[in-house]
Design a protein around this ligand. Sequence first.
Ligand code: FAD
Length: 357
Amino acid sequence: MLIRVIGAGVAGLCAAFEIARAGLARGAAVEIVDAAPAPGLGCSYHAGGMIAPWCEAMQTEPLVAKLGEEALAFWTRDIAVATVAGTLLVARERDRGELIDLAPRAEHCERLGPERVAALEPALAGRFSQALFFAQEAHLEPRAALRALHDRLAGMENVTLRFGAEATAARPRADWTIDCRGFAARDALRELRGVKGEMLVLRSEEIELSRPVRLLHPRHPVYIVPRGGGLFMIGATMIENEERSRVTARSMVELVNSAFAIHPAFAEAEIVETGSDVRPAFPDNLPRISRRGEALYINGLYRHGFLLAPALARRAAQFLFEGHVFPEVMHADQGERRADRDRGADAREAARGAGLW
Ligand SMILES: Cc1cc2nc3c(=O)[nH]c(=O)nc-3n(C[C@H](O)[C@H](O)[C@H](O)COP(=O)(O)OP(=O)(O)OC[C@H]3O[C@@H](n4cnc5c(N)ncnc54)[C@H](O)[C@@H]3O)c2cc1C
């Protein structure tokens, strides 16, 4: 049995890994094909790499947190590249009330006063009198994570990797095709839309952070992910357009201003990189596995690629080899999805009012 995975972004590499390891004993061979010369050069290249299911749950559907919890185990055990240091959500003094309002709705989180904030992140001492801390969350460096995943796949006896190869030309015919082309799959998935995201990487020797810090802000929420070696990824804009690669001056000003609000020393930081891409999203911003004949499309990972890809990959493998169906991700409009949405509505309203995104 040959299973061809098209696309070596986070969705495709995770799918290939889960299918290859479940398929080994069943005699299944996996071939990964990507048009780019190396893995992870699509939208996944620009991700922040926060594995933050409960912090995200305050602003999205409960399904994202449910699937996202699986990513913590995946990125710390299966492909052990993530650091578990938690997520710190802070607010400026004028937005402090919003943070306090959100606290009772957040799961796996504790409210911190100024001493605990300073103990966790000395660089933020005296800057924030309140914070929410999600201690069990993790972060990773997306490019290193995808390299590690690629290397694991390259060492598996039933896996072949092909780069710089158009999927349409791939031969022989596969028994199953797993389409993970991200936004490029819009030719087949008409509902898919792009949500532009811009990011930048700053270098500062003056600031040290041990974990992602997110700023609650009514207009320009921002997160800072420490990359080590004085590098910090600052992200990300959310713009409803499908322009892939143009970074605007307005977006840079907004991101940099929000970074200053977290620490003024970012004013003197060096800009090392700017980047932009479009996140593939369905109208409900939830991921889907769609079946068309002998093809599965894994898509719509939106702003949660690293958070959701492991759970989707596992479900795709269980569908292929055991025939399990997962309605919450395999149907665009069904009961579980609606029920989850209703349960999450109150929390989302609160987050929206607080300008969490
Ligand atoms: C600025 C920014 C910040 C983000 N931050 C985070 C974050 O902190 N955490 C998080 O989880 N997510 C984050 N995301 C979202 C995340 O990056 C996406 O959800 C994820 O990358 C989507 O992955 P994908 O594999 O579906 O698509 P992609 O990464 O785009 O992969 C698709 C692959 O398909 C290949 N391909 C396309 N067409 C063909 C073809 N015809 N033949 C062969 N190959 C083809 C491409 O070359 C590419 O490698 C962020 C996104 C942006 C833009």
